[in-house]
Ligand binder design. Structure first.
Ligand SMILES: Nc1nc2c(c(=O)[nH]1)N=C([C@H](O)[C@H](O)COP(=O)(O)OP(=O)(O)OP(=O)(O)O)CN2
Ligand SMILES: [Zn+2]
Length: 142
């Protein structure tokens, strides 16, 4: 028996038992919005705008269609719950002191239940405020 054979044997049993690895799936969105930071001393306390990039990551196992979640369905949820509200908005009307941190937390609140209803977990929200500045939010500690 070669050295590799016992390992291959164990791997085959593992797959034979139907063990499927959890996967992360990402979808990227963009929205344009205006804001001003109300607890800031400096240029960002003035009204200004960004083209925000939003990266939504969900965690789950591929289903009987071999999908963690249908990208089309995820797009619909994020579009309805987040993009339709924030795009071309003055974010201060919706979120208090809209730092990227507060925007990420708000988006988590809008999405986590809706995504869980689809049998997967919201893993991470990343909000890019500029090309080189982002925050990542992964929910409250359980
Ligand atoms: N931790 C955070 N810091 C800052 C936030 C934030 O949301 N969280 N937001 C801002 C401003 O709103 C804005 O993003 C300005 O950031 P800045 O990095 O200065 O933007 P630019 O990259 O465009 O810088 P320029 O030098 O003006 O080109 C600030 N901080
Ligand atoms: Zn800003």
């Amino acid at each position: 028996m070669s050295k590799e054979q016992p390992l291959k044997f164990l791997v085959n049993i593992y797959y034979g038992l139907g063990v499927i690895f959890v996967m992360l799936l990402k979808k990227i969105f963009k929205f344009d919005a205006a804001h001003n930071l109300t607890k800031y001393n400096g240029k960002c306390e003035n009204l200004h705008g960004h083209t925000y990039k939003l990266v939504v990551t969900v965690e789950g196992k591929p289903d009987n269609q071999d999908m963690v979640i249908d990208f089309v369905l995820l797009k619909k949820i994020v579009q309805n719950e987040v993009i339709d509200i924030l795009d071309h908005a003055y974010i201060n009307d919706i979120i208090e002191n809209p730092t990227a941190e507060n925007i990420a937390k708000w988006i988590w609140g809008k999405l986590s239940k809706k995504i869980e209803e689809q049998g997967v977990k919201l893993y991470e929200i990343e909000v890019w405020e500029t090309e080189d500045s982002s925050v990542i939010y992964r929910g409250e500690d359980e």
